[in-house]
Design a protein around this ligand. Sequence first.
Ligand SMILES: NC(=O)C1=CN([C@@H]2O[C@H](COP(=O)(O)OP(=O)(O)OC[C@H]3O[C@@H](n4cnc5c(N)ncnc54)[C@H](OP(=O)(O)O)[C@@H]3O)[C@@H](O)[C@H]2O)C=CC1
Ligand SMILES: Cc1cn([C@H]2C[C@H](O)[C@@H](COP(=O)(O)OP(=O)(O)O[C@H]3O[C@@H](C)C(=O)[C@@H](O)[C@H]3O)O2)c(=O)[nH]c1=O
Length: 287
Amino acid sequence: MRVLLVGASGQLGFEVKRQMQAGFTLMLPSSRQLDIRSAEQVAKALRELKPDLIINAAAFTAVDQAEQEPEQAFAVNERGVKHLAQSNLPIVHLSTDYVFNGELQRPYREEDKPAPLNSYGQSKLAGEKALTAVNPRHLILRTGGLFGVHGNNFVKAILYKAQNRQLLTVVNDQFSTPTPAPALAKAIGQLAKHYREQAKLPWGIYHFGGQPAVSWYEFAVTIAEQALILGLLKQRPEIIAIKSADYPGAVCRPRYSALDSGLLQRSLGLSPPDWRDGLRQMLAQLA
Ligand SMILES: NC(=O)C1=CN([C@@H]2O[C@H](COP(=O)(O)OP(=O)(O)OC[C@H]3O[C@@H](n4cnc5c(N)ncnc54)[C@H](OP(=O)(O)O)[C@@H]3O)[C@@H](O)[C@H]2O)C=CC1
Ligand SMILES: Cc1cn([C@H]2C[C@H](O)[C@@H](COP(=O)(O)OP(=O)(O)O[C@H]3O[C@@H](C)C(=O)[C@@H](O)[C@H]3O)O2)c(=O)[nH]c1=O
């Protein structure tokens, strides 16, 4: 089966590539070879590559920058997705917990109403709508707080600051379900395998977030503890809990964007990972 992976150089794309090396003919154009902002480039690439399935891991993911330059975020996250969707090829697409406003008191389910607080979340929701409006064969996976050895993420940012003995201040009034990128990539590989074997998938929107829900502050404390055990840190850093309002930048982020991953588990037997296992594995690779 021919699979076009868009965004292969990104944090998640890197892991998907690793997971799907066997059993698939993977096509991995760079963003220069295939810039999804261009309808012409997308149409030409799809004509030439003739994929059976598209996995779209490409996105504009810089949350603060998206607030300054929303047009750039929408060009990739909405119109880029629309260009891929117009092919009518089956597509596995990634979205985010930031489509929610975080006001619920329990983990978000697929049927909960999105109401994004920032431009990044708005552009990702617009992408979901563009895809669902034109292409019924879509499987959208919403995830949150991705982390892995490749690319930039919260775990690496905390580790870097702690290693350089910077004072760590971390918000304790925002909760999410941080997700190890290798576990998500494995689930995507299993979806592709399912499609290869059965020529169909239970199309729709699903959540996939690491368990349990945690505040960014508690997550940072756990990162530091594990890094100390593995020798990545020589001494315990001081980590100070702060309120979101005191975090520099002031882009609005959801207070509680934990994802309930039960539907994917019930529909396809894909269990959400425990982020603590993913964290240990990631730090062990860095040690
Ligand atoms: N990171 C996170 O915490 C979360 C991410 N997600 C979603 O998961 C998906 C993967 O995220 P992640 O791996 O972290 O993202 P990264 O920022 O690490 O990677 C983004 C990828 O998209 C590519 N890309 C950007 N613009 C274009 C374009 N115009 N045309 C083609 N490719 C482009 C980049 O290519 P290049 O390197 O060449 O620029 C890169 O390969 C995204 O949909 C994201 O919204 C959801 C929740 C949390
Ligand atoms: C690095 C750092 C972050 N923070 C805060 C900022 C933010 O509220 C929270 C998480 O930090 P991040 O920089 O990872 O934030 P952010 O880039 O908003 O993370 C998001 O990325 C996009 C792509 C998604 O789709 C989301 O699921 C989410 O993971 O922690 C601190 O308080 N102190 C710190 O030292």
